[in-house]
Design a protein around this ligand. Structure first.
Ligand code: 5GP
Ligand code: MN
Length: 342
């Protein structure tokens, strides 16, 4: 795979039929980067379609042109036709086709040139072009860099700015994670100078929950969170019954995994939820403890150094047993990472 974004510029010199896609259960970075790129490439004279494996949560539907996104689970035939017609396929915010679930074989078999722009570790080899930069805060930051490298900073309008700001804000945990580089702040300054107003975006994304989500949060923090001080770790595991009781949808559990990390001495947090066909797991850490490796080694997943996800196809209680054994396997490392932070 070629590394230089400059390889892409000859590909888009003449008008192309472009499909832009992202991972299953789109978050603000997946959707923001896709729509940011959509607005930019449309301004450049290309015909673009954004395709989502399964749509987006309600709190992202305000994004400019979100209503135009084709959803594979609802508009299967339109999506297949768009992919067949495409000359270029931009794959954003994911590193393996399997992260798009049922859409994966259609993307893999597409005739279009496949371009990855992503910041997850360990990208697949089967993309034709693109960039994979785990040091980057977000795919939105990478789209901003791409537009600048194309010499098109002046084309960044309010639509593009709002989309790109959303992903960089959420993927940096509102500008607090270590990936929040000087470049991130320069990007935000540039977007604000172009007219972006951040507060309504924070409110639209972060202050837009239903009452049940907060009640659920109260319940799990008080009743379900388990601490393992000897491993500097915490886990929250919730069953399908509990999710149903509080009418919790997939998007509602986003971010809950971070709460235990606000406890002094906790450097590794895990959130487990029992979904329809599998057990979903989220991992977060502070400092050197590598949850990308933890997710890959034990739970068929991956992601970043301090934020990753995985899954398990055994029962919830079996999964917790495997997790406890995995904690014990990593005891020394957890202790060392904790000490390094002191
Ligand atoms: P989350 O816990 O928010 O679902 O995921 C945390 C991070 O890990 C996200 O950046 C997500 O893209 C990544 N991630 C989640 N699940 C997987 C997985 O199964 N494989 C890989 N490679 N990355 C994942
Ligand atoms: Mn991302």
């Amino acid at each position: 795979m070629k590394q230089l974004i400059h390889d892409i510029s000859p590909l888009i010199e003449t008008p192309q039929q472009i499909v832009i896609t992202h991972h299953y259960n789109a978050d603000a970075d997946a959707l923001g980067s896709s729509l940011g790129l959509y607005h930019y490439l449309t301004l450049k004279g290309h015909k673009c379609i954004v395709v989502s494996p399964n749509g987006m949560p309600d709190f992202l539907q305000w994004m400019p042109a979100a209503y135009k996104v084709l959803k594979f689970d609802e508009q299967r035939n339109e999506v297949i036709t768009a992919i067949e017609k495409a000359t270029l396929l931009f794959c954003l915010d994911f590193n393996q086709f399997s992260r798009t679930k049922e859409l994966a074989p259609f993307l893999e078999n597409a005739k279009a040139k496949k371009i990855i722009i992503d910041h997850h570790l360990n990208p697949d080899k089967n993309f034709d072009f693109g960039v994979s930069k785990p040091s980057k805060s977000s795919t939105c930051e990478m789209i901003f860099d791409f537009i600048n490298e194309m010499g098109d900073n002046a084309l960044i309008n309010l639509d593009i700015a709002q989309c790109l700001y959303s992903g960089v804000m959420t993927d940096t945990g509102s500008f607090k994670f270590p990936s929040t580089s000087a470049n991130v702040h320069l990007m935000v300054a540039d977007l604000m100078q172009k007219g972006l107003v951040p507060t309504p975006i924070h409110q639209a994304i972060l202050d837009n929950y239903q009452e049940n989500r907060l009640r659920f949060l109260g319940y799990i923090l008080s009743e379900k969170m388990l601490l393992f001080p000897e491993y500097n770790s915490a886990i929250i595991a919730v069953s399908r019954e509990e999710l149903n009781k509080y009418k919790i949808n997939t998007g509602d559990t986003e971010g809950i995994v971070n709460y235990p990390l606000s406890i002094k001495n906790i450097i590794f947090s895990t959130f487990i939820s029992e979904r329809d066909n599998e057990i979903r797991m989220s991992f977060r850490s502070k400092g050197d403890f590598n949850v990308n490796i933890f997710a890959r080694n034990y739970f068929n997943g991956g992601g970043h150094h301090n934020a990753s996800g995985g899954r398990s196809d055994v029962s919830l209680s079996e999964t917790i047993k495997i997790y406890k054994q995995a904690l014990d396997d990593n005891k020394k490392q957890l202790k060392q990472c904790y000490l390094d932070l002191q």
